[in-house]
Design a protein. Structure first.
Lengths: 254, 305
């Protein structure tokens, strides 16, 4: 027993060595997608725990990211051939999050240096990975940029500068709006504390986004009993068709 | 009221879907077309993923066609015998069409081919019908009796003749089988019931009376689309039953209204209207191919469409 406590203390030491740590609160750590799901706002708040007085120098900045599950995406570009617009080149982006939001307490580049951004993959551009980009395709960079542009227009990617409120370099809070078109999965919420553009502490937690109730039932059924699901759809269709026909006949007869 | 669709994984306005279903249902009842060639592009437009739109649309067509065909049964305007022959060809064609579709998909560019298919078929059928029915209207206005379409050509020289009493025809089973087969192939590739091809084919190739055509077309569409729904549900898991219910509630009501309107309008006018509609969709799709799109890039899931 004592040995266990001793071991735990040893593990705690490196953590204690960090000067500033995040103590985090979330308004909700799960998002339930119900039939009338219409987006959700998540309040992310917390405090900075420190053993020593607030260090001198540049003020503390806070960067919060929320990322949906990543998936490979095929990006196609249209070109004019024989007078009509057809898909010509395509590139597979290895992994792009289905949702991505970055909130910062100052303008993005004041909060974070490029090196740190590259290291922690914080901005949307860095969060998308396209190592396998085909170099034979002209303008391969444009394809990754297109992913960001299209998803920004759909409200799936966003950079929210100056939206994290920081009080006394200790308390911080922000809210992130999640759109109605969410996909299921574990959404990673990351909090970075930075000073002078350098990351001094990080914290990560996950938000569980799940379909519940009827949505869950139908989704599972369509994957696990596709034949019954298909038959059920047909029965509903035929019953609705018959029902409407009967109702209208009765209405006309009366 | 926003509704989250469990399979499509998007959130859409329930009333918008009910309205779309209703509008397309009216057309379906009036013309005996499933309405898929209108609804599928509309669903793309409101942001439903194409694979889900195509599969769910098949399920919705089952409902609106069933609702429509019952009204036609009561008026005895369904040629069951002809329907069954067309259906035999149709099911074979649909199975073949899925094979062709998957082959095209492996070549890439399936999107373009589907669009070209739409433009070519809608264009040709639309213009033929438009010209023919305008001529028919002009003739009736002049007071002359409309010319009976009695093709005494090679179609009547074929063997395996059968009597189709409801249609008043005595022709070989080969032309209806081939028509059913071709429409089945096309409907699997284009993701529609195929009524807009079937209806003119029955009128102009088989020489069936317009009043019987609509009911018979609806009758065989039910089975072809039910077959397609099952194929999509078991292989691609893309049938969204919530989306289907919203569309079909609007659709079945619309189909009933459409059948009533259709019964009151003269057959020639009905054909001109269907032709105009077909041409309008064709022009819209054609322009999409010819004009420079505002967004040159498009996203797709890896391995999917």
């Amino acid at each position: 027993m004592y040995r266990l406590i001793a071991a735990l203390c040893l593990f705690c030491l490196p953590a204690a060595a960090a000067q500033e740590e995040v103590v985090l609160g979330l308004s909700q750590d799960r998002v339930s997608i119900t039939a009338d799901f219409d987006g959700s706002e998540i309040l992310i708040f917390g405090a900075v725990k420190r053993e020593a007085p607030i260090p001198e120098g540049p003020p503390l900045e806070v960067v919060v990211t929320v990322a949906g599950p990543s998936e490979p995406v095929i990006v196609r570009r249209k070109e004019r051939k024989f007078g009509i617009w057809v898909n010509a080149d395509s590139i597979e982006v290895d992994s792009a999050p289905s949702f991505y939001a970055v909130a910062t307490s100052a303008p993005f580049h004041d909060s974070l240096t490029n090196t740190e951004d590259l290291r922690y993959k914080i901005s949307v551009e860095r969060a998308i990975r396209s190592v396998g980009a085909d170099m034979n395709v002209e303008g391969a960079q444009d394809f990754a940029a297109a992913v960001i542009r299209i998803r920004e227009n759909e409200g799936l990617y966003s950079i929210l500068e100056d939206t994290v409120a920081v009080d006394e370099q200790t308390l911080f809070r922000t809210s992130i709006q999640m759109p109605a078109d969410l996909t299921e999965g574990d959404y990673a919420a990351r909090i970075f504390l930075t000073r002078g553009g350098k990351v001094v502490s990080t914290f990560e937690t996950s938000i569980d986004v799940r379909k519940v109730g009827l949505e869950r039932f139908l989704y599972n059924m369509s994957r696990q009993q596709p034949i019954w699901y298909g038959l059920m759809s047909l029965v509903i269709a035929i019953a609705a068709g018959w029902g409407a026909s009967t109702v209208f006949r009765l209405l006309r007869e009366n | 009221m926003q509704i989250y669709l469990p399979i499509a994984e998007v959130s859409v306005n329930a009333f918008l879907l009910l309205g779309l279903g209703g509008m397309v249902g009216i057309l379906s009842g009036m013309f005996g077309v499933g309405g898929g060639f209108l609804m599928t592009p509309l669903l793309f437009f409101i942001g439903i993923p194409p694979a889900v739109a195509v599969a769910t649309e098949a399920n919705q067509i089952v409902a609106s066609s069933f609702s429509g065909v019952l009204a036609h049964f009561r008026r005895r305007t369904v040629d069951l015998k002809m329907g069954t022959v067309l259906l035999l060809g149709g099911l074979t064609g649909a199975a073949l069409g899925v094979v062709v579709f998957n082959y095209l998909k492996s070549l890439g560019q399936v999107d373009l081919l589907v669009r070209l298919c739409y433009v070519v078929f809608l264009g040709v059928i639309g213009s033929l019908m438009f010209v023919e029915s305008l001529n028919a209207i002009r003739k009736t206005r002049k007071g002359a009796t409309p010319a009976k379409r009695r093709q005494r050509g090679w179609i009547h020289a074929l063997p395996f003749k059968m009597r189709f009493r409801t249609s008043g025809l005595y022709i070989s089973v080969i032309p209806p089988l081939v028509v059913g087969l071709l429409v089945g192939v096309l409907s699997a590739i284009m993701g529609v019931g195929g009524g807009f091809i079937m209806v003119p084919a029955m009128i102009y190739l088989l020489g069936m009376p317009t009043k019987v055509v609509v009911g018979t077309s609806l009758f065989q569409i039910i089975f072809v689309t039910a077959f397609t729904t099952m194929l999509h549900a078991t292989t691609n898991f893309t049938v969204d039953v919530v989306l289907a219910v919203l569309l079909l509630v609007g659709g079945v009501i619309g189909a009933q209204i459409g059948t009533v309107i259709g019964a009151k309008l003269p057959a020639e006018q009905l054909r001109v209207m269907l032709a105009a509609l077909v041409l309008a969709v064709c022009i819209k799709l054609g322009l999409d191919l010819l004009l420079q799109p505002t967004e040159l890039y498009s996203l797709g899931t890896a391995g999917g469409h």
